[in-house]
Design a binder for this molecule. Structure first.
Ligand SMILES: [Zn+2]
Ligand SMILES: [Zn+2]
Length: 379
């Protein structure tokens, strides 16, 4: 029997919409830049506790200090604009206050010094850079090429997903620490002949191998989380999101995040590719993980057969019958095709997202849910 696909209905939540002139855009810009500035100043004051050793190697703290300088002035400017257009004064005041506190703590004049090595720290730098980068790139793309044009930025539960976003980024060094520990336990499994063979190949081939190996590992890890009843509640947290956008993919139970990242780190480590290939893979994987959740409708051409696209992963998040337990792949659709879990009606997008049984709608509720707490309640 064939399934009857329906159109998704998105109604415009007008009171949540950003409109030029009502002070909301300038208010939010001021608050977000004010909060980020304050965090950045704290990171400059206490770098060994609040910045990530791995990430520090990749950026220039002096250059970012200039970015901070502009961020602080722009926050003040937009805070002032909200006052001038005489709307949302409270938002303007909060933004200005956060920035003034950042100024009082030294602002962009805090000297950049040598940083003591500290294996455990909060990834405040990672959070700021990832948030600024993502919001600029993906919100712009989603506004230019939306799948659902009436979907607002501040959609239902964006606050919850924003919290997940912050949580996951702040804990980056713990995730790396767990992953590195696991990797160190498997030194014995390293084979230098495999390593030499892989490293003798051109960079692009190495990246391709990493993508395929990671996708194979992720396919089975993902499928296991779906098919083992005791594991499903952990992964159900990721599926509990009912509106898709770039932020939605952040929702994930920390247990699953740890298991997933560690398994991928370990398998890629055992391949022994060049560091440049690993860096390219990690960048590609991180971007794709965001893209596939976006509210983005762009023509992928023949690429749609080769890579996992938003439409493909949106089907994975659908609670409609034919889509349940399909499209496990993270990078290419190959293993779904191979193992018969492929679902891609190219003409259609899902009408509904989420789990068939609703989960708690709070961070703590979702954190405890897999341990059986609050399982019998209706949400
Ligand atoms: Zn899943
Ligand atoms: Zn997802």
């Amino acid at each position: 029997m064939s399934y009857e696909y329906k159109q998704r209905e998105v109604s415009l939540r007008e009171h949540k919409e950003f409109r030029i002139g009502d002070g909301r855009i300038s208010g939010y810009i001021s608050i977000f830049l004010g909060a980020l500035s304050l965090l950045a100043v704290l990171a400059y004051l206490y770098p060994s506790y609040l910045t990530t050793a791995e990430l520090r190697e990749a950026y220039d703290a002096n250059v970012l200090q200039q970015v901070l300088k502009y961020g602080m002035w722009i926050s003040l400017f937009f805070g002032g604009v909200t006052f001038m257009i005489n709307r949302r004064k409270r938002q303007g005041a909060v933004g200005i206050m956060l920035t003034l506190i950042a100024f009082a703590m030294g602002g962009y004049l805090v000297p950049v010094g040598a940083v003591e090595a500290n294996s455990l720290s909060l990834g405040v730098d990672w959070l700021i850079l990832a948030f600024l980068g993502s919001i600029i790139i993906f919100t712009t793309l989603e506004k230019l090429f939306p799948k659902y044009k009436d979907q607002v930025i501040l959609r239902e539960e964006w606050g919850l997903d924003f919290f997940y976003f912050c949580f996951n980024h702040l804990l980056i060094s713990i995730i790396l620490l767990v992953g590195n520990y696991l990797v160190s336990q498997f030194q014995w499994a390293l084979d230098s002949s495999v390593q030499n063979f892989v490293q003798s190949m051109p960079l692009i081939v190495q990246v391709f191998i990493l993508i395929m190996i990671a996708d194979f590992v992720l396919y089975w890890e993902h499928r296991t989380f779906h098919e083992v009843p005791k594991l499903w509640p952990f992964h159900a947290v990721h599926h509990s999101v009912e509106t898709m956008d770039w932020l939605a993919g952040s929702r994930s139970h920390f247990m699953q995040t740890f298991i997933e990242r560690s398994l991928v780190m370990l398998s890629l480590y055992l391949i022994g590719a060049d560091k440049a290939a690993l860096d390219l893979y990690v960048t590609f994987a991180a971007l794709q993980a965001i893209v596939i959740h976006t509210n983005l409708d762009i023509p992928w051409g023949p690429l749609k057969y080769l890579v996992v696209t938003p439409q493909y992963h949106h089907w994975h998040h659908s609670c409609e019958k034919p889509a349940i337990d399909t499209n496990y792949c993270a990078h290419t659709p190959l293993f779904d095709r191979l193992f018969n879990t492929y679902h891609m009606p190219t003409e259609h997008w899902p009408a509904e997202y989420g789990t068939t049984k609703r989960l708690p709608r709070t961070f703590i509720g979702q954190l405890l849910y897999p341990f059986g707490i609050g399982k019998d309640k209706e949400y």
